[in-house]
Design a protein around this ligand. Sequence first.
Ligand SMILES: [Zn+2]
Length: 465
Amino acid sequence: MMRQKNRLPIGSVLSCCAVLFSSSVVMAQQNVPSESIDVINESVVTSTVSFLASDEMRGRDTPSPELTIASSYVAARFLGAGLKGLGESGSYYQNHEVKVTKVSAGSLKVSRDGDAVVTYGLLSSSDEAMDYQGRVRMVTDDNASDEKYDGPVCIVAEKFQSRRDQSNLMRRLARLKESGATAILVQVDPDHRLVGMASSSGAPRMQTGRESNSGHVVLVEKGAAEGDYELSLPRQMQATATVRNVIGMIPGSDPELGKEAIVISAHLDHVGIKGNVGDIICNGADDNASGVTAVLSLADAFAAMPEGPKRTVIFMTFWGEEKGLLGSKYYVSNPVWPLEKTVANVNIEMIGRPEAGASGKCWSTGWDESDMSELMSVGAKEVGVLIFQHPQFSGDMLYRSSDNYPFAQKGVIAHSFSAGSLHEDYHMPGDESQKLDFRHMTKVIQGLFAGTLPMANGEFTPKKK
Ligand SMILES: [Zn+2]
């Protein structure tokens, strides 16, 4: 309901207030250059986040061609802002090879009594392809049984109600394999969560180290029964894919302070595709196209300063956050700027969908770890943005679950700034740009600029508490 408010027609009471408000804001900006505030505008914010969260980006999974395109867009914007590349050979890219598995989905075939059975991909595979003709045993309850199998079996998966249901099923699959099942067909509804976890498109999937390659597990339509089956199950191939952090900087204008850097960052990746019916694209508009948009607008804003910041400011987007903070972990192990000369990391996560009553407000995670958020709140106030300690989210839990944390573990003062909510569309196809509050986002980015500026100019240096 909050979101609707921003769509009131121009001329409404609300937009009159907004005009009054913004003029009072301009008057209060004594130390914040108006050139910088002007380039953080709703038009640029809206178009940037809408592109990054478009369906064509297919949820920016790690690795995916779309994540690569998104990183190339970030690099193009860094170039446009005049940033200096801090990646390989002067480019903006810090490349890394990750191991992936691929199956050629086209070669997956299941038929029963001569009729094709619909398949939804492979949950796990094997280094050997498998061709089989013969009976497939239906197994309804194997929980207590110590029965042995010597061929393929078929089970029915109920919908997951909880994580426990999911781990129960994984245990059940493992038991069946141990009992001799040479392949397992799992009957599911097309919108079952497992479908989103299967290799169906032939796209490479990152190896997590937890996957089993001990046998074929195939998702099939519900209703298949015992009969004469013909199975053609492809092998899994090992390959590599290139992923990249995108890194650019504005060198500090002060000869001494310029040796110190502030890193402003956000993760570019999201969770890709879920399921295979209806809207399957997890757009990740709030999580975290909104944060990347902030990084790009902040790069524009720092670049627009009449005199550049005294400290060096580094702008960065990460791959693989959703897979376990992988891009930021990679960066802190391979930093392009000495970590002991990195004064702070301002990481930005989910600023597009404010909680009720929190429009234009922003909070940080791990508030009590350092005095940085409090110090930043002073500057943010100058443009009318409140940076506050959130009663629920400013604690330890979220502090450890985003890209600021690998920096913090290396001793860099690092917090994630968020102005969102844990909404029902979190990690779902419904996290779309139409649901974002662009005006709120714009204001919060201006606040983050005004809050970071004194630190970038060496007016304060955050300390651990
Ligand atoms: Zn996120």
